[in-house]
Design a protein around this ligand. Structure first.
Ligand SMILES: Nc1ncnc2c1ncn2[C@@H]1O[C@H](COP(=O)(O)OP(=O)(O)OP(=O)(O)O)[C@@H](O)[C@H]1O
Ligand SMILES: [Mg+2]
Length: 256
């Protein structure tokens, strides 16, 4: 597998606080790397840094072999097309006063995709269908959708620029369990069909295991252990990973 993303000794600082401390990881094309760890350990900060939404205080992030930490202007915009975020709560990132169809159309417009409005509309409609939404709903507003539907909209928007990488930051954590399963299945299918790479951030180890090829365990800003999902869940080495696993009450039952 070709390496898509390579993070090398990256740190993220908020003033005095070093939220991410010298983290290194890599992600191959078509692969899913799960990222777990307790609240506040730096998962989202790392995810945002990878998407250049947060400046890095140190280290290098290479995407397709090119350092992206210093990108600006047109080059940064070009990178945005290739790496996108799926948020835990897409509602917070959807404009409440814009129909969901228009919101995605605008993303395409900004990136000069589609020759005219009709072409963009058609593209958004196709995306909508691909994520399991009815095209009749394109003119509706965010508040008219359920949590699961909104997450599908968030996914459609993230995919609208045909990225190679999605950073999914707790994409199912706010959803009911039955809806979680649907969104996980959707993400898996889209990955298969489009050859996407995922950085999948989560706190539910059963979900992260199910989703990921490999898992990285983060603790206080550092990655303390990385391995295949089975290794991390069945033979955890680091005491913190063991603690994290023992905090899951019925992991075998949850995975059955
Ligand atoms: N914009 C910010 N300004 C200042 N401090 C921040 C900012 N964002 C995060 N932090 C702090 O950085 C640390 C890491 O936060 P981060 O959100 O990356 O953790 P997380 O692992 O994603 O947590 P959670 O599981 O709760 O989402 C925390 O101490 C947090 O309070
Ligand atoms: Mg977070």
């Amino acid at each position: 597998m070709t390496e898509l993303l390579s993070v090398d000794k990256v740190s993220v600082r908020y003033g005095e606080l070093e939220a991410v401390r010298g983290v290194s990881l890599s992600l191959a094309a078509g692969e899913t790397l799960g990222l777990v760890g307790e609240s506040g350990c730096g998962k989202s900060s790392l995810g945002r840094a990878i998407l250049c939404l947060e400046p890095v205080a140190a280290g290098r992030i290479a995407f397709n072999g090119y350092d992206v930490t210093t990108l600006k202007g047109a080059a940064l915009k070009q990178f945005r097309r290739q790496a996108q975020m799926v948020f835990q709560d897409p509602f917070g990132s959807l404009n409440p006063r814009m129909s969901v169809g228009s919101a995605i159309e605008e993303v395409l417009f900004v990136h000069h995709i589609g020759t005219n409005r009709a072409a963009r509309r058609e593209r958004v409609a196709a995306l909508f269908e691909d994520v399991g939404l009815k095209t009749d709903w394109l003119n509706r507003y965010p508040h008219e959708f359920s949590g699961g539907q909104r997450q599908r909209i968030g996914i459609a928007r993230a995919l609208s620029l045909e990225p190679k990488l999605l950073v999914a930051d707790e994409p199912v954590s706010a959803l009911d369990v039955s809806v979680q399963a649907d969104i996980i299945q959707l993400l898996k299918r889209l990955q298969r069909e489009r050859g996407l790479s995922y950085l999948f951030i989560g706190h539910d180890l059963a979900v992260v295991r199910d989703m990921s090829d490999r898992i990285a365990v983060m603790y206080k800003g550092e990655i303390v252990e990385t391995g295949t999902s089975d290794q991390i869940c069945d033979e955890p080495r680091h005491p913190y990973t063991q603690k994290l696993l023992s905090a899951v009450p019925d992991i075998d039952k949850a995975l059955a």
